[in-house]
Design a protein around this ligand. Structure first.
Ligand code: NIG
Ligand code: FE
Length: 429
């Protein structure tokens, strides 16, 4: 039976946060509503001695403590005062790429890789993504929901308040739907925001290996319509890569998703470069991994609102010596986001602060750029920028409080959790 360890009380509090050493609002008054690019990624909208007033789950006032304190509504009984002296307060992280619906770690693959096997070699030998299928297919919805909820709780303990959660380890009609039902069930017991994504096109499952087109037909004509009809997902994702789905099949799946009014995103350029022009015609919300991007695609990407979501925890865990080319992308004007890629094969981490550390040390992003990528641009990658990603009046009160005095410390410390409190929709998580 599904036994949640934590239940959302459903009663948003009135909360006043005061005297933050640094309050990072992520307001960039001149940036407009598009994703942040280039120099805009360094604008954190920082307020010293900052305060935030939260009423009924929304941000009601933000600014310096003296000014915000004056805006307290008289006679509000349940006001909680949080003294943030010596702390950094920022928008909760938006982890815009995760795969939390699985049942077990992949320890055999882990050891094989330590002994020298590569990602594709492990997959071809029957390991990799296909290893997780059996556990998911045999699990109950409640059992899967328990795994998802446990991941969500670990994520929020490190400052994350919005999580995109993909299916993708079921790879049959029933098991993909069950995975998305599990995401929905888990999200009812966590007061952050969960954005569900159908990743039925993760790899071709073994029973369709000799007939991948039939699997694509199943996705386009049965799975996508059913998921859309039951409102089980907001986005459809495709792993467009050698050994997974070709660009042509990816476009067929995108077309079906768009036909059912679902948003589009893709795993692409993780192992090999792809031609991004045809994919960009579908206006994907994000293209993720992006380790191998061609020079001639950079202007196209920079001219689009598609966010390039970089996932350095995967490179770290795979033991690679190369990382996504963040500097090249940012300097070309591409909007960059950062996410964990939480999954059992390539990135078993729930930690956005770890991702910030890897982004700065391995990809040469500045801490301010990494913070923008993990908040505002993450929200943009989920098309939630009107509600998430910055601390502005009227937005959801999703806040992370870190026990550090300077925002650069968010990316400096690693292997330790400095998040002292996470608030989602106005309530402590
Ligand atoms: O984002 N690249 C495809 N999907 C995952 C890996 C999933 C797995 O190995 O289980 C990723 O890295
Ligand atoms: Fe992924």
């Amino acid at each position: 039976m599904f036994a949640p360890t934590r239940i959302y009380s459903g009663t948003p509090m009135a909360v006043l946060l005061t005297h933050a050493a640094q309050l990072l609002t992520l307001r960039a008054p001149h940036a407009g509503s598009g994703p942040r690019r280039g120099a805009q990624m360094r604008e954190l909208g920082m307020v010293d001695d900052g305060a935030l007033l939260i009423l009924d789950g929304k941000i009601a006032a933000v600014g310096v403590t003296d000014e915000v304190a004056k805006q307290l509504p008289p006679g509000r009984a349940s006001l909680e005062d949080i003294d943030c002296r010596g702390k950094v307060v920022l928008p909760g992280f938006v982890d815009s790429h995760t795969h939390p619906v699985f049942t077990a770690p992949r320890l055999i693959d882990f050891e094989k890789r330590i002994s020298g096997a590569g990602y594709e070699e492990i997959a071809e030998a029957g390991g990799g993504i296909r290893t997780s299928l059996r556990g998911v297919r045999e699990a109950s919805t409640a059992g899967l929901a328990q795994h998802v909820l446990s991941a969500l709780i670990q994520m929020s303990a490190q400052g994350t308040t919005t999580v995109e959660a993909k299916s993708g380890y079921g790879l049959s009609l029933e098991a993909e739907i069950k995975s998305l039902e599990a995401v929905r069930e888990a999200s009812r017991h966590w007061n952050g925001t969960v954005v569900p994504t159908l990743l039925g096109a993760h790899v071709v499952p073994p029973e369709y290996r000799s007939n991948p087109d039939e699997y694509v037909r199943l996705l386009c004509e049965e799975l996508i319509p059913q998921v859309a009809g039951r409102e089980l997902a907001t986005f459809v994702d495709v792993f467009c890569e050698r050994g997974a789905f070709s660009p042509e099949r990816t476009q067929l799946i995108f077309r079906a998703a768009a036909g059912h009014k679902l948003g589009i995103r893709a795993h692409v350029c993780q192992l090999t470069a792809a031609n991004l022009g045809p994919l960009l015609l579908f206006h994907p919300a994000s293209l993720d991994h992006m380790d191998f991007v061609r020079d001639d695609d950079l202007p196209l990407l920079a001219a689009s609102d598609t966010v390039a979501t970089l996932l350095p925890a995967a490179n770290y865990f795979l033991g690679l010596s190369t990382f996504p080319p963040a500097r090249r992308l940012i300097d070309a004007g591409v909007a960059v986001a950062l996410a964990t890629d939480y999954n059992p094969g390539t990135a078993p981490t729930p930690s956005m602060p770890f991702v910030l550390s890897a982004a700065c040390t391995q990809m040469k992003m500045l801490p301010a750029e990494a913070i923008t990528a993990a908040t505002y641009n993450g929200a943009r990658a989920l098309r939630l920028q009107h509600r998430k990603g910055s601390l502005e009046v009227g937005k959801d009160a999703d806040v992370a409080i870190f026990d550090v005095e300077d925002y650069r410390e968010l990316a400096y410390w690693f292997g330790v959790n400095r998040c002292s409190r996470t608030i989602a929709m106005g309530s402590s998580v």
